[in-house]
Design a protein around this ligand. Structure first.
Ligand SMILES: O=P(O)(O)OC[C@H]1O[C@H](OP(=O)(O)OP(=O)(O)O)[C@H](O)[C@@H]1O
Ligand SMILES: O=C(O)c1cc(=O)[nH]c(=O)[nH]1
Length: 204
């Protein structure tokens, strides 16, 4: 089984994926969705989180070999960034959604030096705006952002456009299409649900 299908299967098996066709979830962007993928659940499964860290590390070695620092996005990207930085033996930082209101008033925590080459670790990409906000904060702090690596993406057209507009490269371990394929193969959903789920995503 290819890694994309394997990770999708793990997300389904640990019930990280929830479907609520009659009571939509609200995403961070405000989008109302019949599906929510809670990748935070992967923290509770050491074998799966190790597979994610190994997968992300391979992507980084392949696509961003000059990386010097791994940056986690607050909050869900932080634990994965920690595990990836351990695999790659690299420094880690994390980036808050906004600057702290007290203490050192940092948005970026950890040591970031001017001109360092950074890869951002995110758990999930919907519109991509959270990742791109982190990329902007890092660039404003003097970093060179090589790209973003995430576990999952809904592959929304608006996310692809936003990453392209900001010239930020991104890679994910799996995505919505693989998740749906795997959900049908594993009998989590029926063929009739597939059309509805794809139509909903394609119309966003
Ligand atoms: O691509 P986007 O449309 O920006 O959405 C994806 C973001 O939403 C979730 O974070 P959330 O805001 O729920 O915060 P958390 O990481 O603290 O749980 C997720 O962890 C991503 O960071
Ligand atoms: O866009 C979001 O906020 C979002 C969607 C999703 O499926 N899972 C998640 O953690 N956040």
């Amino acid at each position: 089984m290819v890694l994309e299908r394997k990770i999708a299967k793990h997300l389904l098996d640990i019930e990280a994926v929830a479907l609520r066709p009659n009571d939509f979830f609200t995403w961070t962007s405000g989008i109302k969705s019949p599906i929510y993928c809670d990748n935070r659940i992967t923290m509770s499964y050491p074998a799966i989180r190790r597979e994610i860290a190994a997968g992300m590390s391979e992507v980084i070695k392949d696509k961003f070999p000059e990386v010097e620092v791994v940056a986690g996005t607050a909050t869900a990207g932080i634990p994965h960034a920690a595990w990836v930085s351990e695999v790659l033996d690299l420094p880690m930082i994390y980036v808050r959604d906004s600057a702290k209101k007290h203490g050192k008033t940092n948005q970026i925590e950890g040591r970031l030096l001017e001109g360092q080459k950074v890869v951002i670790i995110e758990d999930l990409i919907s519109t991509g705006l959270s990742s791109l906000k982190v990329a902007k904060a890092l660039e404003e702090a003097g970093a060179i952002v090589l790209g973003v690596v995430a576990i999952f993406s809904y592959e929304l057209k608006k996310a692809q456009d936003a990453f392209a507009a900001d010239k930020v490269e991104y890679h994910t371990l799996t995505n919505y299409n693989y998740l749906i394929e795997e959900a049908v193969a594993s009998d989590y959903i029926k063929q009739e649900d597939v059309e509805k789920l794809l139509e909903w995503r394609n119309n966003l």
